[in-house]
Design a protein around this ligand. Structure first.
Ligand SMILES: *Cc1c(COP(=O)(O)O)cnc(C)c1O
Length: 403
């Protein structure tokens, strides 16, 4: 069986984790702080806070911005549940918008969904392909949008407009107009979950890139405290002589990253551009080159003059099929000992959101993308021969069902 997404694991990672284990400091400490600096340098944004997951990072930022009951947050219908669930946690209303042909959120749909209550937009770089951030950033800064924005907290007043919080769970290393994700909008959140391009088993990072008058270092300090119960000193600082006294300045969260995770992350980030991205890129090109010969194949866009994907997962669509045919094709691929997936089942199809009143027919492009989509595996240890096996399984399974 060709698995779908095993993490890249080797002695270098194991050694780094063992070294951290014996260092005398296993939770948030020097390694986490060093990993944060590496991530800031890599993304080119202003400051990075490492957290326990991408979901935690998204929620931390919504809470920081004061998102609450009565507010609306625009979320793609075509994403993983984390993007929307964090909005629900804050008591705000999720406003789903449809996808475009490239799987990313439709910019026209965003514009139509904005109301007087809109406080944030969470675009998702689906499969690692960055959204059109210039268009999204220009939209929230348009004079009519600025005029109708109703700030309710100090942070909202300082920003003076809708926050653009990018869900870059798939897209670390992806580029738009020569800049990396992290540096493309106000705030970007990475996920380091086991299936993501860069993994720390579980983990995430908040990339701060807020415009003036915000001081990103000061915001980092505030978030750092908020991610550790609102405690003014972390455990490491409290070990210094005479430093036992601390205060709790807010009822914060327990969202910190451990140094064991950071140890893994530093090894991975250190070789990410030299090693991980080129391998993923080669796999994407091999899929594209071989599958494009088939008239039923609709390939994803992953490179344009302006954008480069982080090559997270390969979202193949089959032309002219129903959801039932797609499901049969997937069964056929699994019978050939190849694991594939579907990214994503749109959230309005999920019980919780369906019961909350969202209707799938309101998001026709998302449904069409989903119903014809099969996600092909992309990971470091997937060899060219394995790629060819995947393609063979897909071709046979499609031709079995479509003929
Ligand atoms: C994985 C993922 C997340 C959540 O990341 P975690 O680190 O698992 O919390 C958020 N959004 C999208 C699109 C994801 O795929």
């Amino acid at each position: 069986m060709i698995p779908f997404s095993p993490p890249r694991m080797d002695k270098k990672i194991a050694d780094a984790v063992v070294e951290a284990l014996y260092s005398g400091w296993i939770t948030t400490g020097p390694r986490t702080k060093q990993f944060e600096k590496m991530l800031t340098e890599y993304g080119g944004h202003a400051a990075t806070l490492c957290v326990s997951s991408g979901s935690a990072g998204l929620e931390l930022m919504l809470r920081w911005f004061g998102i609450q009951e009565g507010d609306e947050v625009i979320v793609p219908a075509y994403t993983y549940c984390a993007t929307a669930n964090v909005v629900v946690h804050c008591g705000a209303k999720v406003v789903f918008v449809d996808a475009g042909e490239d799987f990313n959120v439709s910019l026209k749909a965003i514009e139509k969904a904005i109301t007087l209550r809109t406080k944030a937009i969470i675009p998702v770089d689906v499969a690692g392909f960055p959204c059109d951030y210039d268009t999204i950033n220009a939209l929230v800064k348009r004079s009519d949008m600025l005029k109708q924005f109703r700030p309710a907290t100090r942070e909202q007043e300082l920003l003076g407009r809708i926050l653009v919080l990018s869900d870059a769970a798939h897209s670390i290393g992806g580029q738009y107009k020569g800049k990396r994700t992290g540096n493309l909008t106000d705030v970007t959140v990475y996920s380091f979950h086991a299936v993501k391009n860069l993994t720390t088993a579980e983990g995430g990072a908040v990339c701060l890139n807020l415009p003036p008058p915000f001081d990103n270092e000061a915001v980092y300090g505030k978030l750092n405290i908020a991610s550790l119960h609102g405690q003014t000193k972390d455990a490491l600082a409290k070990t210094q002589i005479g430093s036992w006294r601390y205060d709790i300045v807010e009822a914060g969260y327990k969202y910190n990253m451990t140094d064991l995770q950071a140890a893994m992350g530093m090894v991975e980030l250190g070789r990410y551009d030299a090693d991980m991205l080129p391998r993923r890129k080669a796999i994407f090109h091999r899929y594209a080159d071989t599958i494009s010969n088939y008239p039923w194949a609709q390939l994803p866009t992953f490179e344009t003059p302006e954008k480069t994907s982080s090559y997270h997962v390969f979202l193949l669509r089959i032309r002219g099929i129903t959801k039932e045919q797609r499901d049969r094709i997937i069964a056929g691929i699994f019978r050939r000992e190849v694991a594939v997936n579907v990214h994503f089942v749109p959230l309005p199809l999920m019980s919780y959101y369906k019961d909350a009143g969202y209707r799938m027919p309101d998001y026709p492009v998302s449904f069409d993308n989903f119903s014809r989509e099969i996600t092909l595996p992309v990971y470091y240890d997937l060899t060219d021969e394995m790629v060819d096996t995947v393609v063979r399984a897909v071709v046979e399974a499609v031709e079995e069902v479509v003929r």
